[in-house]
Design a protein around this ligand. Structure first.
Ligand code: NAP
Length: 250
């Protein structure tokens, strides 16, 4: 049984401008955690931070961090004092699949934004946490899209598959340390990323639902987390023979 999370420990949110990130900031601040909110446009975080300080009377610091500026981002992480004990990476880029097929530089941006950038930053987070003499937690928000490539979003899916494998490897490397590594694989979430898409309501959660899923995973020390309907669905999807799978359109 995992010990209850110490609510005085600082939490680092990487990609805090995301719709899920803002909701997650509320979840942690409500429990009393001080926060580092990071984003590539820190000014966008000012109203979020003011609201959190006012509502929950907790310390909220804003930090500029772009995961594509790898060296600068890693340096920023190493300099955070007090050291965060919980870090959640919410950075993601979906983009448009047809554009990525036609323009390799757009496909590269997807791979770098979902996989290489977050991985490099989380390595720095892991190194920083190694010096902490208490339990620490790293969360990577990946996606069910990484479980099996689909015509509709296979650059995004491939980048999330890479990120999922990275998190699995990091978890194994740190298994004998005090750091727990959690992979969260949301299904559809109604956010800025999916705006304008026709998503099935039974399989679509809100940003607040997704934030609660992540917070619960941290509190319980879960390792790989799906919304329950998606766990069942992806188990079935994983069993479909490739000859049949290639004919499907979903
Ligand atoms: N929505 C879904 O259906 C769904 C499903 C499965 C998984 N996910 C994952 O859940 C996470 C949160 O997504 P969301 O739905 O809340 O979408 P979102 O609002 O579009 O969030 C994406 C976030 O990534 C940030 N970002 C992108 N590139 C960055 C960079 N180079 N450096 C720093 N930050 C960067 C964005 O910052 P800016 O504000 O500066 O653009 C934004 O905060 C993502 O990892 C996404 O892939 C979402």
């Amino acid at each position: 049984m995992k010990k209850p999370t110490n609510t005085a420990v600082p939490v680092l949110l990487i990609g805090a401008t995301s719709d899920v990130g803002v909701q997650l900031a509320h979840e942690f601040a409500r429990s009393g955690h001080p926060l580092y909110l990071t984003g590539r446009r820190p000014a966008d975080l000012e109203p979020v931070a003011s609201d959190l300080r006012l509502r929950y009377r907790t310390t909220v610091r804003i930090v500029a961090l772009d995961v594509l500026q790898v060296d600068a981002a890693r340096a920023v992480v190493r300099e955070l004092r007090p050291t965060p004990h919980i870090a959640v990476c919410l950075v993601g880029l979906l983009g448009r699949q047809p554009d990525q097929e036609a323009h390799p530089e757009l496909a590269r941006a997807v791979i770098e934004s979902n996989f290489l950038g977050p991985a490099a930053v989380l390595e720095a987070v892991a190194e920083m946490m190694a010096a902490v003499e208490a339990p620490t937690t790293i969360v990577g928000v990946s996606s069910v899209a990484g479980d099996r490539g689909r015509a509709r979003n296979y650059y995004y899916g491939a980048s999330k598959a890479g990120f999922t494998a990275f998190l699995s490897g990091l978890r194994q490397r740190l298994a004998r340390s005090r750091t727990t590594v959690i992979t969260v694989k949301p299904g559809f979430v109604a956010t800025r990323m999916t705006a304008g898409m026709d998503l099935p309501s039974a399989l679509t959660s809100s940003d607040a639902d997704c934030a609660r899923l992540i917070k619960r995973a941290v509190d319980r020390g879960q390792l790989v987390v799906y919304p329950w309907r998606w766990r069942m669905l992806m188990t079935v999807v994983g069993l479909i023979p490739e000859r049949l799978f290639k004919q499907l359109r979903f």
